[in-house]
Structure formats: structure tokens, C-alpha cells
Design a protein around this ligand. Sequence first.
Ligand SMILES: [Zn+2]
Length: 325
Amino acid sequence: MAYYAGVDLGATNVRAIVAEADGTAIGVSRRSTPRGPTGIHVTEGVLRTLREACGDAGIDPKGITAAGIGSIGPFDLAEGAVIDPANLPDSIDRIPLTGPVSKLIGSDDVYLHNDTIAGVIGERFHADRNPDDMVYITISSGIGAGVCCDGEIMHGWDGNAGEVGHCVVDPRGRLTCGCGREGHWEAYCSGNAIPDYVRLLAEDDPTITTELPLEGPDFTAKDVFDLAGEDELADYAIEQLAHWNAIGVTNVIHSFAPIVVSFGGAVALHNEELVVDPVRERVAEMVMTNVPEIRVTDLGDDVVVEGALASALTDGTGDRRRLRG
Ligand SMILES: [Zn+2]
């Protein structure tokens, strides 16, 4: 019997799943991501989680034929390691992944992807039509895309394709992105950016009334969405977010001609009516080529770990015609 594994290494949690060759899950595990002190401790947390998923499945890790890893970046792909991850303590400079996982399972078939590329692999694998052209866009603490074009998962130099959150949507550059540059899509619309953006909108037009705790230390994007339909500033902000999101998504569609655009990430998953539906309406008017289906992933929070598993099952492609079992 051949078994396959998927691992999701996020800044908050590590998840692992073990499955049979047709993708049927037989073991899962989830732990908090170790906060260091070094990258090796994070590697050990990944290995522990994967061993636990194997234990849950009642198999030896050496029984796994191939594993996929969807991870926070950035990567040194040649070394199969994460380098200087943004959302973990500074003492974590290097997290070896491919080598240690390969050693644990006794197989060289280990596929390492950033989380959005794992996302598109999972969405392709689980989509009705197994599409050759599709995009997965995450809107969470940041914004990024995984792209499948002409049946090929796009990786780019060092695996950095799809950093669409750093495309300029506002040439006036009124907000500075976490990357240090101005006017980027995620500087306006990511979960981390929305509070700053709403404060900017309030400064622009002090006549807009609001109950939002703009200057409170705990003001988050969730507060804005929670007051939808009840607060003038919240509603205005949600409309402005739709404006920038529609520009970003339209740019992605014109670049890659997907037949399906699938959204994931906490901001999109928890606010489909307020975030995704307005994009769908606007994009239909803005795209001059074929208008793709725009949907939200059915996999929810599991989209990355399921994508990592789908990668292991299909030689890194998410193409069901290439199922190895
Ligand atoms: Zn940026």
C-alpha cells in the first residue's frame, strides 16, 4: 500500500495529513508553530507533526511514498529551506524542510511550495473540471496568488512567482506596504493593512461618521466587517476595498487568462459577501477578455495542507490525470 503526506507550515500552526493513493485521508495532526529559538526547532516541530499524523494513520513514516509541503516563505529552493520568514521571531533565520522531511519518510519525493502555490495545486486537484488555467488568490495577513497556466504550475525564479500583493494598484502610493514600497495592493486590502487604510479614509473625509475604534490599540479588520451595514465609514471602506481588490484581480486575470479564480485566506473566507461578491460584480465590467468563474475555496483553512497533499499525489502538479496511485 502506498501512502502520501501533506504538510502546511504557517506562522501560527503546523498541520499534517496522511492519505492513501486516491487522496482519502487516514491521519491528521496539528500543532502550534514553534517560535524558535532557532529554525531547527521549527523543523523539529514539522517532523513531530508529520510523525503524529502517521501515528494517527497507524503507519510508519517510512511507508510514505511522497510528501508535499506548503509553507511560509521566502525560500532557498535549492536548499529546500525557508530563509528569514517575516512573521516569526528574528532569531529564526533558516528552517530546513525538504532534507529533513525526505530523511523522515525515506524518500526523495518531497515537493516544497509557498502556501499560495500549494493553494492552486489543491484547488486544481479538487476542482470539478481539473482546469489547466486557474488562479488561487489568498487575502489574509498578506495577498498572494498561485497560478496554473497552460497546465503548468508557475514557480518563477526561486519560487517567487505570484507575489501579486506587491503589484502597484494606486500610483499615488498613499500607503506604504510591509515590503517598504508604496501603493501596493496588500498595503490597502490585506488584513494587516485594513486598519491603517480605514484611518486614512477617515482623515480624508472627517464628515463621515463612525463608531469604529480607529485609535484603539485593538482595532482590526474584523471590526470593519462586523459593522457592515451599520456604520458609514465601515461601508465606505468596504466599497473602497472592493475597488482596489477588483483592480488587483483584473490585473491577474489579464495576465494569466484563468478559467477559474478561487479565493482563500481569512479575509476572503470570513467575508465572502463583503469581499468576494463585490469583486465578482466589478470584474465582470473591467475584464476585456473572457470573464472567469470567481469562487471561494471549499477547502477553507485546509486549502494549503490539502494542496500540499495533492502535490505529493500528482508529482507537484495538482493534475488528477497524473495521480500516481
Ligand atoms: Zn509590497
